[in-house]
Design a protein around this ligand. Structure first.
Ligand SMILES: Cc1cc2nc3c(=O)[nH]c(=O)nc-3n(C[C@H](O)[C@H](O)[C@H](O)COP(=O)(O)OP(=O)(O)OC[C@H]3O[C@@H](n4cnc5c(N)ncnc54)[C@H](O)[C@@H]3O)c2cc1C
Length: 483
């Protein structure tokens, strides 16, 4: 879309000349998140340095009737931090200060561009950590984590980001700058913090986040168990939880992933294993000891071939490095992949894993799985080669079929990545018209003009958008096509 010269001048006035990007080739850098086949470059990118600047930018855009897309680190996997209608993107990366750490009251206040892992680094010497740990935690921003309600390996025990956000300062789609919640927990009244967390930039731009700090457990034990197949490993997952044990993390990796990790990261996973479970227990030493014995017993009874416990922090860190870098390592054996995020009831894991393999095989595709097994949260990576005609479309069809299979067994279409453009059309399978209308009514309260991150989350665009393979045809959807 064409951005009025006066708006660009106003944005420069607000944030400074250097903080406003207008060159088309530079805006291209912001055309997608990590789900790279949804593309839409903003016309202007603004990099404000303060909440007051964000508010002024939002107000200027509202006055001009221009779409506003918030962006953190751009690691989203949903077609979220991209601008299908063009408009102004607000990148919060320069707002990257930890403003307050209060260990006594166990909270911190950060700007939205603070990278997740920085906060843990800032408090770990005092025995604390920031519990939400998406595998992107070396890069993703806490503002983005709050906006997507990010999960991660340790969400099994500690919950996802919403359980760790005490309050957010936001600029709403009305141009107000306000706190919802705050460092003191359990405020009376509506849980508007809960409404904002996971709203994916459709209700406001987050300018500060007050988060809980979690005390690190006295002891941590990390075990690696190997299995003959991912289905057998999945059965062990259910058995561990059924025993009443809630590990800090319970992650599964299948054979293609193990091969990729060992070729790249060399995390010490047995290269010939067909599946591994990474099981972490934390808490008081006596409790962890008992749980570790129980986990070993259950794994053996459920067909584990080997089980080893990391001897020290170095070995433990290496095992986790393999897990956290697994998705990237897959690039060693495939040109492209579609990464899916869905949830099934844990007990359905063995059956769904077999179905995932069958769906991919029926289309001549390989699928690799690395996932938060304890939460029943699948992440199949459907591998394809964009240079082979038809493969991208087959991968998308497989991805769709996997989602349908998850819904059919009582699951849902996103475990942690969110909705964005990618899952919007699937919401209609989970919610009826009245549910969606209620959500839209909430949105109008915060964003009456519908200018905040338009075309995300709600299924209004479903009939109008087809994902296209990189380099194949039009990407941004013409403005008039959107409902
Ligand atoms: C290798 C890899 C591993 C990953 N592992 C996990 C995982 O284990 N668990 C998990 O949940 N996710 C995971 N993700 C997905 C992603 O990292 C998370 O969704 C993360 O929370 C996104 O943060 P971000 O800063 O990159 O946000 P972005 O991608 O920049 O934005 C995500 C969404 O939030 C909105 N947004 C961003 N900042 C703000 C703000 N300040 N105010 C309002 N809205 C905002 C954007 O508009 C967009 O809709 C992974 C991604 C990768 C690439």
């Amino acid at each position: 879309m064409t951005i009025d010269r006066h708006l660009i001048d106003a944005l420069r006035e607000i944030a400074g000349r250097d903080a406003v990007i207008t060159a088309a080739d530079e805006c291209l850098v912001y055309e997608c998140d990590m789900l790279v086949y949804y593309k839409g470059a903003p016309d202007v990118v603004v990099l404000p340095g303060s909440a007051a600047q964000v508010q002024a930018v939002v107000r200027a855009c509202l006055d001009a009737g221009v779409p506003i897309v918030p962006r953190g680190s751009g690691t989203g996997l949903i077609g979220g931090a991209m601008a299908p209608r063009g408009g102004v993107m607000i990148g919060v990366n320069r707002m990257d200060r930890v403003l307050e750490i209060d260990v006594q009251n166990r909270y911190a206040v950060v700007e939205p561009g603070v990278v997740n892992l920085w906060l843990t680094r800032a408090v770990e010497a005092r025995g604390y950590f920031f519990a939400p740990d998406p595998s992107s935690q070396m890069v993703s921003s806490i503002g983005g984590n709050a906006a997507t309600n990010a999960g991660g390996p340790h969400a099994l025990k500690y919950g996802s980001t919403v359980n760790h956000v005490l309050g957010v300062e936001v600029v709403t789609g009305r141009g107000e700058l306000t706190w919802l919640g705050g460092p003191v927990p359990e405020r009376p009244g509506y849980d508007l913090t809960g409404v904002m967390v996971g709203s994916e930039g459709t209700l406001g731009v987050i300018t500060k986040v007050a988060v809980k700090l979690t005390r690190a457990g006295e002891t941590v034990k990390t075990a690696l168990a190997t299995f003959d197949s991912i289905e057998v490993a999945s059965e062990a997952v259910s058995a561990i939880i059924a025993e009443g044990i809630v590990p800090a993390a319970l992650e599964a990796l299948d054979e293609p992933i193990i091969r990729a990790v060992e070729a790249g990261v060399k995390a010490g996973y047995p290269a010939d294993a067909k599946a591994v479970l990474l099981i972490e227990l934390d808490g008081p030493a006596a409790e962890v000891e008992v749980q570790a014995e129980a986990v070993a017993r259950i794994c053996r009874a459920r067909g584990a071939l080997t089980l080893r416990i990391a001897r020290d922090d170095t070995e433990r860190a290496l095992l986790w490095k393999g897990r956290k870098e697994a998705a990237g390592a897959v690039g060693r054996f495939t040109h492209n992949y579609v990464l899916q995020d869905a949830v099934v009831p844990r007990s359905k894991l063995p059956a769904i894993m077999a179905q995932v393999q069958a769906i991919a095989a029926a289309r001549g595709l390989t699928v690799a799985n690395v996932f938060h097994a304890g939460d029943g949260n699948l992440h199949p990576l459907i591998c394809y080669d964009e240079r082979i005609p038809g493969q991208f479309e087959s991968a998308l069809a497989a991805s769709d079929a996997i989602l349908d299979a998850c819904i059919a067994v009582g699951g849902t279409v996103t475990g942690e990545h969110g909705v964005g453009m990618d899952k919007a059309k699937k919401l209609a399978l989970l919610f009826n018209e009245d549910d969606l209308a209620a959500m839209a009514a909430v949105r109008r309260v915060f964003d009456p003009k519908g200018l905040l991150n338009p075309d995300k989350v709600f299924p209004s665009h479903a009939a109008c958008f087809e994902a296209t393979a990189p380099g194949r045809g039009a990407r941004p959807v013409p403005e008039g096509m959107w409902v």
